[in-house]
Ligand binder design. Structure first.
Ligand SMILES: Nc1ncnc2c1ncn2[C@@H]1O[C@H](COP(=O)(O)OP(=O)(O)OP(=O)(O)O)[C@@H](O)[C@H]1O
Ligand SMILES: [Mg+2]
Length: 390
């Protein structure tokens, strides 16, 4: 354990003072920045000593996110636990919860979300519109819905890994071998997302509906535009569906709700993340309260912050350039930073890899189309390369 001295904070200020975060990636890092601004003491659990969050956390417990002993050690030095990734040991979290440990979002909610099939089933049971789906009980079930279909690993997927489009019978040769589910392939016009903040007493705050644009090659969300360019009625519909979805789970915390807008104007929920979400990075600069500060407020029992959008914004994920690995080398930063309204975030990962999320930029402008034009320019000048060619 690094820096094991625990400072005592003024107890009259907050009902809790020590936050424990399971997972030390960029989402934890940005949450900790918000927590440190507000005077909390933060411990992070991650197996990598130089993970993004380790650099700003008060202390780190080095260990696996599935190690019951390390999770218990984190709980011992924290008044509340949260996490920045859904692939963690819920069994230990459940038993800690039963012993009176405060954990948000609740382990029971995480358990449902962790399994994409259980998640869809809960949403469907509660009347939330979702794509038609089926569990894959045996290989023959893959052909249940005809083609084309989308096959998804029930557990462990992220950034499009664990998602396979099967266009015809012949594609079955490429089917995932892990426990999975299938869905109809949705012919969407846009992928939308919304960050929903929900408190212990059920009070909700919603961020604006945003549009996520995916990179064709990496299948990773490339650009987020806030607000989404959709009519008011559609935005209201998306907002309501997202609220209903979080309420269907009874979740407390920050939730990123991913949705499809279909050609016929329907809103369907794709999936829910029980944590700050990539589509909400823009809230740091563009909203009155960021999704990260909002998380800290919720888990510590403080009032919800204002979610108002201050200016239109676009966010670009900075992915590790193809063909490079090793220590990251940032190219074109000075030129990018000379663009008005641009903020640069670097996660300080020790090693870059092709398509690894290394940082992001957010551009604010009075006009969304101007912000987008600036972003397209940045795409050509700002690159994250590595010291080694591959
Ligand atoms: N039923 C579907 N119809 C059409 N496209 C889909 C469908 N399901 C998923 N996709 C596409 O695949 C992408 C990744 O799917 P999904 O969000 O389920 O996986 P993920 O690995 O958890 O993704 P991420 O971590 O990027 O959120 C979606 O954003 C969408 O572009
Ligand atoms: Mg997704």
């Amino acid at each position: 354990m690094k820096n094991p001295k625990i400072k005592q904070k003024n107890q009259t200020l907050y009902s809790i003072k020590r936050i424990g975060i399971i997972g030390g990636g960029q989402l934890a890092k940005m949450s900790i920045l918000a927590a440190k601004n507000m005077g909390f003491f933060v411990t992070v659990l991650d197996s990598t000593p130089e993970c993004p969050a380790a650099q700003i956390a008060d202390q780190q417990i080095i260990g696996s996110l599935y190690d019951p002993e390390k999770i218990r050690a984190l709980a011992k030095v924290s008044d509340v636990l949260t996490y920045d990734i859904e692939h963690i040991d819920t069994q230990t979290l459940n038993s800690l919860h039963d012993d009176g440990c405060t954990i948000y979002p609740q382990p029971a909610v995480l358990e449902i979300i962790q399994d994409k099939f259980k998640q869809k089933q809960r949403l469907a049971d509660k009347g939330i519109p979702v794509p038609h789906f089926e569990a894959v009980e045996k290989p023959a079930s893959l052909a249940l819905m005809g083609f084309p279909i989308v096959q998804k690993a029930r557990h462990g997927g992220y950034d499009g890994k664990g998602v396979m489009v099967l266009k015809n019978q012949a594609d079955l040769a490429f089917a995932l071998k892990t426990p999975s589910m299938i869905e109809e392939l949705i012919d969407f016009t846009k992928e939308l997302a919304i960050i929903i903040a929900r408190k212990q007493d059920g009070e909700i705050a919603c961020y604006p509906v945003v549009e996520m644009v995916f990179d064709d090659q990496t299948n990773i969300c490339d650009i987020v535009a806030a607000p989404a360019q959709i009519d008011k009625a559609t935005a209201e519909q998306a907002r309501q569906v997202a609220i209903d979805a979080v309420e269907a789970l009874g979740g407390v915390g920050i939730f990123g709700v991913e949705m499809f807008l279909t050609r016929t104007g329907e809103i369907l929920v794709n999936e829910i993340a029980p944590r700050p979400h990539n589509s909400g990075h823009y809230t740091i600069e563009a909203c009155m309260t960021s999704q990260y500060e909002q998380l800290i407020r919720i888990i510590s029992g403080l009032p919800l912050g204002d979610t108002q959008l201050l200016k239109p914004a676009v966010m670009l994920n900075l992915l590790g350039e193809a063909g490079y690995t090793g220590e990251p080398v940032i190219e074109g930063l000075a030129e990018a930073l000379s663009i008005p309204g641009l903020s640069f975030h670097f996660y300080d990962k020790a090693i870059t890899k092709p398509a690894r999320k290394m940082g992001h930029i957010t551009i604010l402008d009075n006009h969304l189309d101007k912000a987008m034009a600036k972003l397209q320019k940045v795409k050509t000048i700002l690159k994250i390369k590595g010291k080694e060619k591959i």
